[in-house]
Write a protein that binds this ligand. Structure first.
Ligand SMILES: [Zn+2]
Ligand SMILES: [Zn+2]
Length: 178
């Protein structure tokens, strides 16, 4: 565990949303996909399960990506902006299997607003711990996705095992050729 459990989970969900496409089966593929994703990650609060809500969350991807990949000072500025925009009000909450942890907006606010605030709050921990190095882009040549490295030895370089395996095969072929 690098951060607290709830921060780790918030970072993981944000990275999954940021890297997702609109294809069915992806977290933001269909309204049902989003519902399943929220249930899987024990995401609390309002969920309209409408196409409008799905679109609003899809629309967050560029901004989330910008935050996740910013340098530390840049990330601090974006977090402050996000929290101010949402008029964040820190509050302890307890839901699902999560013990008391920090939320910063009421559970009845629209999902896209809460995703932004949840991400901003998780990034507060990353910035304070000076751990921005945990976030990077995938090391695979043809992939630009965000990698979140929560490993103890900071060894994670690829966004997914698919990318890791593809790169391993490519490296093997290159060795064979030479
Ligand atoms: Zn929570
Ligand atoms: Zn990748």
């Amino acid at each position: 565990m690098v951060f607290t459990d709830d921060t780790d989970a918030a970072l993981q969900t944000t990275v999954l949303l940021t890297n997702s496409t609109d294809e069915p089966g992806q977290p933001l593929g269909t309204v049902e996909d989003l519902s399943a994703f929220l249930a899987e990650w024990a995401y609390t609060g309002r969920h309209d399960a409408t196409p409008e809500e799905l679109d609003a969350v899809r629309g967050l991807r560029p901004r989330l990506r910008e935050l996740l990949l910013a340098d530390r000072d840049g990330a601090a500025a974006i977090v402050n902006e996000m929290l101010a925009e949402a008029r964040a009000l820190p509050q302890l909450q307890r839901h699902h299997h999560w013990d008391w942890h920090l939320h910063a907006v009421d559970p009845d606010r629209p999902l896209d607003e809460r995703v932004v605030v949840e991400t901003a709050m998780a990034m507060v921990d990353v910035i304070r711990a000076d751990e921005m190095g945990r976030l990077d882009t995938c090391a695979a040549d043809d992939c630009d996705d965000v990698v979140l490295d929560l490993s103890r030895n900071r060894s994670r370089r690829y966004c997914s095992t698919t990318c890791g395996n593809r790169e391993a095969v490519a490296a093997y072929r290159a060795r064979q050729r030479s």
